[in-house]
Design a binder for this molecule. Sequence first.
Ligand SMILES: *Cc1c(COP(=O)(O)O)cnc(C)c1O
Length: 376
Amino acid sequence: MEPIKRNILLNPGPATTTDTVKYAQVVPDICPREKEFAGLMKGLRSDLCKVVHAPEPEYTSVLFCGSGTINIDVCINSLVPEGKKILVVNNGAYNTRAVEVCQMYHIPHIDLKSSVYEQPNLADVDKTLNENPDVAVVYCCHHETGTGVLNPIREIGAMAHRHGAVFITDSTASLGMIPLDVVKDNVDFCMASAQKGLMAMSGLSFIIGRRDIIEASKNYPTRSYYCNLYMQYECFEKTGEMHFTPPVQTIYATIQALKEYFEVGEDAKFARHRRVYEAIKKGVAELGLKEAIKDEIQSGLVVSVKYPDDSNWSFEKVHDYCYERGFTIYPGKISTTNTFRLCALGTIDVQDIEDFFVVFKEALVANNIQVPAKYN
Ligand SMILES: *Cc1c(COP(=O)(O)O)cnc(C)c1O
């Protein structure tokens, strides 16, 4: 197996992958309608449940061909019953995406907006639920990748359940990286795509959720043909297949990635992400750079760094310098502050971060940007 050039991706996914995952895609051609392929997907669906400690058959997973946003679309368009509302607890860009899905499908919703620099206020969530007994679904992103804020989903889930509502969390940027236990965390539906925490390839997304709720949703208003949760679920139950063509090669890569995930184990993987994150914070602090989000509410996976007040600062130039040397940094997603992000997602370790900061510092010096960084 020829080693493939290793790039260190510090963007919030797709992430750096192992060569064994890359090469898992190189397989003999197969028609995905063969029983052999359905068998592969059966094992994959079950393993995905195990990642979030979802007991089967109470929970199941449903696969989709598409990027992570397809899950947000599917959950929202499929799980809101007739005459009911969805409450989006919104403190960032990915929750805003969920609100946009509601708008696009004309689904009655409440956009409970709060500061992107903070976790949502639980008392406000409770008050909104008390005032709106027609809320049937509560939605909140677990790790807001735009800022790196981790949201208190266990508490929000408990609150939703006390009010008889279903709780959906967008766990795209936490699943497989921060331990998640759907039962303890009061999660009815969570989601992710293969290229993030599982460190596989893009093109496969999945929703893990309560089977009884999926079955009940058979009678809910249908708002999409391609992206209906019940339709895809029913197809898997009856035939073991996706309704339409699956992302065949990505599925092989994901199976290999899950094998590697279980070999490493949840605790060791979590610990590795944590030490990569600590190494990023250390490097940022040593250059005098400032973070946009306070430590206590960070996910431990994304560091949002404020642009220095330096007339020579150019994200573009610094990015290009690093990119040419195999390191990818990423712009921020906060409309009120200029930030860039350094993320701890893929199969990288402390040494990669130390190597990165050597190059990053060179990039600053090469562009006459002051070190330590200057802020007014
Ligand atoms: C990456 C991500 C998504 C999906 O984004 P795509 O560009 O569609 O892959 C959804 N939610 C969160 C929190 C994410 O980090």
